[in-house]
Write a protein that binds this ligand. Structure first.
Ligand code: ADP
Ligand code: MG
Length: 316
């Protein structure tokens, strides 16, 4: 659905994108993951025809974005980092305006109603956009992208600035859209792509450093196992017994305490699953385990892991 070959973009002497190539297949939900300044917005703005490239090819649904920008744009619904909302319009006025400028041919009343329902903004349709909360504004931004029913949806950091409840709502909405659309979204939050995407493309300093199915990234991420565990009993004694379990390489107290239990961060040797030995050791000592889960890595740690892997691969 989207084919990008050797895409480069420089701003003066600075490379924002350096020889980027990837494809997105029909029906996929792909996450574009990278830290701030990685080049995510630049890539998305080029794919959607809002920005020119320095060199390279971009095809969307077989259409060359640089040769036929208007035709390519019809295939894409885009939510830019700053949604182009006219805040002095009501939601209805705005969606009608978008319908007009997109030259939409679908039945207006029926189509806009559908869009309002999918994005759950029906109850605010008469309100001025400037009076809406950030979460509702974002949904209006998404609604705008859906007008005309384009087969490809591109969202640039769709959950930035939202509260946790709104984030969950928007993620659910994106997942649902993914059932009927090809979706690309950018984010700097690893758990976001893990929650929503089939595939993850990691970009750093304008270069793609990984392009993997989400499950495979999870494997990379969990290679060196780390757990947070919450155990009843005096902290010093518990730490000593945790350290004596075969395969445990490191134990730290997180400082979190609840009544007579403390939380610890445990690292184990790669390839050793310490969960069962941990359970037996603690039950033998009569120390109830109140919680045990795989510790989430943050994006920096994932990068380091992936860079290490890439170097290993290069040496072979
Ligand atoms: P991201 O969306 O991943 O945060 P961007 O694509 O916005 O990253 O930016 C990539 C790099 O290009 C950054 O270093 C940024 O400072 C630079 N950049 C972006 N837009 C411009 C511009 N208009 N002029 C100069 N530099 C820019
Ligand atoms: Mg950006």
């Amino acid at each position: 659905m989207i084919e990008i070959k050797n895409l480069c973009k420089n701003y003066g002497s600075k490379y924002a994108l350096d020889d980027v190539s990837f494809t997105v297949n029909k029906g996929e939900i792909v996450g574009f993951l990278g830290p701030n300044g990685a080049g995510k917005s630049t890539a998305m703005n080029i794919i959607t025809g809002y920005l020119s490239s320095t060199s390279g090819e971009v095809r969307v649904g077989g259409v060359d974005v640089f040769e036929n920008p208007d035709e390519a744009k019809k295939l894409i619904g885009f939510l830019p980092e700053q949604p182009p909302l006219y805040i002095d319009m009501t939601v209805d006025e705005y969606l009608n305006f978008v319908y007009e400028i997109k030259g939409c041919k679908l039945n207006r009343k029926k189509h806009l109603e559908e869009v309002r329902q999918v994005t759950k903004i029906d109850d605010v349709r008469g309100r001025l956009i400037k009076n809406l909360s950030k979460g509702y504004r974002q949904r209006v931004g998404i609604a705008q992208a859906l007008v005309g029913n384009p087969p490809i949806i591109i969202f640039d950091e769709p959950t930035v600035g939202l509260d946790p409840k709104q984030i969950i709502e928007i993620r659910n909405l994106i997942r649902n859209l993914g059932k009927t659309h090809t979706v690309v979204l950018s984010t700097h939050i690893l758990s976001e792509v893990q929650a929503v995407c089939d595939r993850i493309i990691i970009i750093n300093e304008g270069k793609i450093v990984a392009d993997e199915k989400t499950e495979s990234i999870a494997q990379v991420v969990q290679d060196n196992r780390r757990y947070t565990v919450k155990i009843c009993g005096p902290q010093r004694e518990v730490m000593a017994s945790l350290r004596s379990i075969a395969g445990v390489t490191r134990v730290d107290a997180t400082g979190e305490r609840e009544l007579d239990s403390y939380t610890y961060l445990i690292e184990s040797q790669p390839g050793v699953d310490i969960r069962k030995p941990l359970f037996y050791a603690m039950s033998k000592e009569g120390r109830p385990i109140l919680g045990l889960e795989v510790a989430q890595m943050n994006l920096e740690e994932v990068f380091i892991r992936i860079m290490d892997k890439t170097e290993e691969g290069g040496r072979k």
